[in-house]
Write a protein that binds this ligand. Structure first.
Ligand code: SF4
Length: 392
């Protein structure tokens, strides 16, 4: 038994996890309240190892925000703009295709696309966008694309609130809207917009946004259609630790029902340029502990991401020993966290992520949107050149 656990007050929870027993909400709260970060991390590391073995993943992806115009004004949001604002933007479909084409030359396998709830773009814009971007698959294998043979470009698009907005635009049910988006090329929903589900907190940080039930129902409907998605939790603002447990409990319950979530991404709150009276982002200690509790409580999730954009790559690397098994992606151009004050770089190179994973003692794996292996690296850079990899 790990020395950190042997003498810890959390030893009963370790024994529960080892026995494969599900942690209760009270157990999760105890872990969140614990100052024994080494013990919490060691238990989570055991659970991570048992679930996914010695691999840790990353994805070559590119973010595209089609617009930051939004009809809502969530208090925590630093990204949204009104039409009168000088730094508002919206992209034409041609501009998006151009950005995507440039990223394909870098070998990306995923476009991650979200935006605000645009006041005037019609439903056809979103359908045509998906069709135009998925048509890029015909270029893969050409010399403009560095994506490997047999690998599709995958479109991970829209938060649950965007889907509700699109259904309203289309004057159709959420189910019919999702069917039409899927037919146009949508591969996966993003997990954004979950924030914190507890009603009182949601009203304080994102008044007017969809309810927890609506968020969960969009994902439930998508999963029933055979789709997969990720989910998130924005933590470290005005919520209590009990609210985090409540949030995780709703995600765990939906995963029990649909098994449609591929992974969970805890998002550390960034405090700049918004109306929330919190001036200090969550500490490293809190971020590591939140990752660890997520791994332990969400026993029906395979993958827990250490989101380097919010954490910084250095802390995300450490999180690989606290329950995380994924570092997210190359991203290329990030607006939402950086407009809220994130100090991380705009992009991450594959070499930096592979190095971080190797140093953490894991086998680096380039994954696709659905966490399937695209490329498995050796665990030791000395045994081969960094450019060589074993095809999964
Ligand atoms: S969080 Fe999303 S829905 Fe809320 S204001 Fe920002 S862009 Fe709009």
């Amino acid at each position: 038994m790990n020395f950190a656990i042997q003498h810890s007050a959390l030893r009963d929870l370790h024994d529960k996890v080892v026995a494969g027993e599900r942690l209760s909400d009270a157990d999760a709260l105890r872990l969140f309240e614990s100052k024994d970060i080494n013990a919490v991390g060691a238990i989570a590391d055991f659970a991570r190892q048992r679930k996914v073995g010695n691999r840790a993943s990353y994805i070559l992806n590119r973010y595209i925000n089609y617009s930051n115009y939004c009809i809502l004004s969530c208090q925590f949001c630093s990204f949204a703009r009104k039409k009168r604002d000088a730094d508002g933007f919206e992209l034409t479909i041609e501009q998006m295709v151009q950005k995507a084409r440039e990223a394909l030359a870098l070998g990306i396998t995923e476009l991650h696309i979200v935006g605000g709830l645009h006041p005037s773009l019609p439903f056809s814009y979103y359908v045509d966008m998906l069709k135009a971007l998925s048509a890029l698959n015909s270029e893969i294998g050409n010399r403009q694309s560095a994506i490997g043979n047999g690998q599709r470009l995958q479109l991970k698009c829209f938060t649950a609130i965007e889907v509700l907005h699109l259904a309203w635009l289309a004057k159709k049910s959420v189910e019919q809207t999702l069917i039409e988006l899927k037919t146009a090329g949508l591969d996966s929903l993003t997990g954004g917009g979950a924030e914190i589900f507890r009603k009182e907190v949601r009203s304080a940080i994102a008044k007017g946004k969809e309810s927890a039930e609506e968020y969960l129902d969009v994902h439930r409907t998508w999963h029933r259609l055979g789709g997969r998605s990720t989910c998130t939790m924005l933590f470290g603002h005005v919520e209590k630790l009990e609210d985090r447990v409540h949030h995780l409990s709703l995600l765990r319950a939906l995963q029990d029902e649909t098994h449609g979530f591929t992974g969970f991404v805890p998002l550390p709150y960034q405090p700049e340029n918004n109306d929330i009276p919190v001036r200090v982002p969550p500490t490293g200690f809190d971020q590591l502990r939140t990752i660890a509790v997520s791994r332990l409580y969400l026993d029906n999730f395979d993958h827990i991401t250490a989101y380097w954009v919010g954490m910084g790559l250095k802390l995300a690397q450490v999180a690989l020993s606290y329950g995380a098994d994924d570092l997210h992606g190359t991203i290329v151009e990030e607006h939402i966290f950086h407009m809220a004050g994130a100090k991380s770089p705009q992009l991450q190179t594959e070499a930096e992520m592979v190095k971080a994973i190797r140093e953490a003692g894991r086998i680096p794996v380039q994954r696709d949107t659905f966490y399937e292996a695209v490329k498995v690296w050796s665990s030791d850079s000395k045994s081969e050149t960094d450019r060589m990899a074993v095809k999964a």
